[in-house]
Design a protein around this ligand. Structure first.
Ligand code: MN
Length: 248
């Protein structure tokens, strides 16, 4: 199995090192990841300046771009072959609910899916540095094996969140839906040392709605969460409604 590994926490993050190490037991791993943290850049693609890729180890490339850039460069240039699977992570912190649209980790898996390569994103649900990347990596390797064997439905990739507990304490994986966040009180506004106002977007971590069947519901109770996502964001039910509007 040929595996491309990327992330958005940067090539030196603990999560990607542990993930690549575990996936190496399954096949040939190439790491192409941002040279620094690029969390919350979403699906951004660098178009207005050149990109550099530095081979900092055997089959390990650091790119001065976004996770989406890394998947593009990896697949089109650096690898010289098409990988069987792309795995993005292990992100430091959960990627749950509406937050997936901000996530560089999830967007990297999305980019691979656009290129027709099966992919998933994996995140460790921790609010600190994280203690149990290894248990998340073990599950990621098992999942990569399953995807290699069974494939994924068209247009579909997986968003995986693993609670930050030891492997023996993890509850069984649940297939979940994308949860909902309450967006309130996220902006901090203060005065800087020169008397000017500044704003800082906070993270309001516990603001998810505790809806049964969702990613948040599963992870907050100790289960691994596996959410199938797809690229087509069309709200088909709304099409009929909109067609009744008098646009002109
Ligand atoms: Mn991140």
């Amino acid at each position: 199995m040929k595996i491309l590994v990327t992330n958005d926490d940067g090539i030196h993050a603990r999560g990607i090192t542990v993930l690549a190490g575990e996936l190496q037991k399954l096949g040939d791993v190439t790491v192409v990841a941002p040279d620094r943290e690029r969390s919350a850049v979403g699906h951004a693609l660098t178009l207005h300046h050149p990109l550099r890729a530095m081979e900092i180890g055997s089959s390990i490339f650091a790119v001065d771009g976004t996770p989406t850039d890394c998947v593009n460069l990896g697949i089109h240039t650096l690898l010289g072959f098409k990988p069987d699977i792309v795995v993005s992570g292990i992100n430091r912190g959960a990627n749950l609910g509406d937050d997936v649209t901000y996530s560089g980790t999830v967007s990297a898996a999305m980019e691979a899916t656009l290129m027709g390569i099966p992919a998933f994103a994996v995140s460790l649900a921790t609010s600190g540095p994280g203690d149990n990347y290894q248990s998340a990596a073990v599950f990621a390797a098992r999942l990569a094996g399953l995807i290699f064997e069974k494939g994924l439905p068209a247009d579909t990739f997986l968003n995986v969140n693993v609670p930050d507990v030891a492997e023996a304490e993890l509850l069984p994986p649940l297939v979940t839906s994308q949860g909902k966040r309450r967006y309130e009180g996220l902006i901090i506004d203060k005065i800087d040392p020169r008397g000017r106002k500044y704003y800082w977007i906070g993270n309001g971590q516990q603001n998810f709605r505790d809806l049964e069947g969702t990613d948040y519901h599963a992870v907050s109770r100790g289960h691994i969460s596996v959410t199938p996502l797809h690229l087509d964001l069309t709200n088909y039910e709304s099409m009929q409604l909109l067609r009744k509007w008098e646009f002109e």
